[in-house]
Each structure stands twice: as structure tokens, then as C-alpha cells.
Design a protein. Structure first.
Length: 111
């Protein structure tokens, strides 16, 4: 399986508006997208997502050509599923060391 860092980092927080305000108004990040309770900031070459929910984070993201095959391989390597909503949605896993990451299927990233 191939993995590629997507340059996306997410913070999932219950006090969503306070965190969004901090990164926008104090840290000066530019809001470039909003979908439901997720705000996307431009952070240089990276993207920072602030999502409303229970405290989790930071959550890195890795692109894969086949999400289900990656899930199977990662479980065999000692990772565990935290949230798995399917293709195009949150698919959070915890690595064997306790860190969270999202698995996102994007076959074109490997061409």
C-alpha cells in the first residue's frame, strides 16, 4: 500500500467558535472554506481544519489509493479504528503509538 501525507491537519474541538476565532483573529489564518461545522484555513502550503466535536487532535491525514485495503493493512500493523464513516468522510485511525490520523482515498494522488 502507498501512503502520502496530504498536508491537511485537523483539530476536533467542542468549543468550536472560540478555536476558530483564535486561529482567524489572533493567529491570522485565512478562512478558505466552511462546510457544516468544519472551517478550513489556509496555513501556508498546508490546510488546517477546525471541526466541532469531542476533543481529538491534532489529526494528520494520509492519502491512499484504496481506503479499505489501507484500513485492513493498518489494522494488521497494530492500528485501531476510531471513526470510520467511509469514502470521502472521516476515517480516523489511531496508530500503535496513540496518535490519530485520517485515511482519505485519492487514487489520483499516486499517478
Amino acid at each position: 500500500m502507498q501512503y502520502k501525507f496530504s498536508r491537511c491537519i485537523a483539530l476536533q474541538v467542542p468549543e468550536h467558535e472560540k478555536v476558530v476565532s483564535f486561529y482567524r483573529d489572533i493567529m491570522g489564518l485565512e478562512v478558505i472554506g466552511k462546510e457544516n461545522e468544519s472551517i478550513e484555513f489556509k496555513a501556508g502550503e498546508n490546510r488546517l481544519f477546525i471541526d466541532k466535536g469531542p476533543l481529538m487532535g491534532p489529526i494528520l491525514e494520509f492519502l491512499v489509493p484504496d481506503q479499505e485495503a489501507a484500513k485492513k493493512e493498518l489494522i494488521e500493523l497494530g492500528c485501531s479504528v476510531v471513526v470510520w464513516e467511509g469514502k470521502g468522510k472521516c476515517c480516523f485511525m489511531r496508530d500503535p503509538f496513540g496518535f490519530l490520523f485520517n485515511v482519505f482515498e485519492e487514487p489520483d494522488a499516486f499517478k
